[in-house]
Design a protein around this ligand. Sequence first.
Ligand SMILES: [Zn+2]
Length: 524
Amino acid sequence: MPDGRSFYLTTPIFYVNDVPHIGHAYTEVAADVMTRWHRQAGDDTWLLTGTDEHGQKILRTATANGASPKEWTDRLVETAWKPLLETIDIANDDFIRTTDERHERRVKLFIEKLREAGHIYEAEYEGLYCVGCEEFKPESEIVEGAGEYAGQKVCAIHGRPLELLQEKNYFFRMSAFQQQLLDLYKSQPDFVQPESARNEVVAFVSQGLNDLSISRSSFDWGIPIPWDEKHVLYVWVDALLNYATAIGYGEDDEQFQRRWPARHIVGKDILRFHAVIWPAMLLAAGLPVPAGVFGHGWLLVGGEKMSKSKLTGIAPNEITDTFGSDAFRYYFMRAISFGQDGSFSWEDLAARYQAELANGFGNLASRVIAMVKRYFDGVVPQPVADEAADLAVQTTVGAAALEADAAMERFAIHDALAAVWKIVDALNGYITEQEPWALAKDEATRDRLATVLYTATEGLRALAVLLSPVLTKATPKLWSALGVEDSLGALPEQPLRAAGEWGQLKPGTVVGELEPLFPRIEAV
Ligand SMILES: [Zn+2]
């Protein structure tokens, strides 16, 4: 029986100014695979994603495009960001926009609370600001410009000149939380993952923390500070709060208590916001810190981090139009160790599609179903006596299912898929060795043929369940061809954590048609 524990996972909310590229889709797919896994396992699951819509950069782009910021963000959300989720088949439970009224109301409640608790004060501030980062830059991230920016201070990340801003601002007393944060990283060693990300965060906080400027008064595209409406809230504080406001912070206590704390998947470039500023804000508000923050690596194309400005951005539908969403999801989860940087290449994608999805898994499924039809009139046979080879398949299935679940618990999606693929490889080897087509030629080996085809079909049953969080289009087709009546997503009929238990497919089940799961693709 599933334990029904809460599993609340978030993606970063995406800055609407960008057009979605495969880096964004990668983050979404990872979060979706993890939540589908937990949902199928019977956990009380919630996947949140959404868009970050305030700030000076968006105001400037909207103005340059002759639109109001709200018109601009509405347009991008509807034409770019929500369609992305369909392109790669994301089953999110909620989509929050920082321009949602629910978000703005609850953000105001949160910062009022910080102010009442004495964590916010007013002061003069002067600093070098990067509009690209939407951040006053620390010394360590300011470099001397070169070329057209010679003689100017530029952002180490964006390579663009910084702006000297002087404002009367409200500050969050973040410096007061240095020790509590260091204690947190110590008492909860997996609070920041992977290890390399954790070390970086600990080193950063150990140097000491500055207070954080949380308001701007030079523009008005943001959430007004409730006690001083000439100021708008700093866009990062506004954005981080989405994880709490979406589940009802301040207004729907039941939902908030049920879901919180979240686990956050973020790109490593925004790790510091999530692993330092965000838990400090929560500590200040007297709320539990997140259950964990996982910083994944960058996708590299031709050795460079992908971004639109570097012209290496690839739109997800360039891949899905040819290979389909299953191949997209499988490729990025399998080929890249989650947490490390990884390289994308069309050649690698095409090779894995052909070798692993089409030949390895798709072909296996269609051969087995076809043999049940040919030799047993489409009825799954009763196994007769298990031999060593059959028992070895059963052991592989049981062990792979446990190994995959343990890998998912530590965010190692690539290891989970590699574990499940041991079943694919074992079944392919088993069929080659057992030669059911030879057994079928002799009535004397009819019992043996029944056992072999039952073993192969039951193996497919386990694969359909274990691969359902990743191959969301192919596995329901296989499930229906296996003749199982309850839907693949139905719980508790197919709890994922029991997927490796042998013998769930009933002999006598009638198999159906299986269309090719991964059709041949002509040269790209
Ligand atoms: Zn920058």
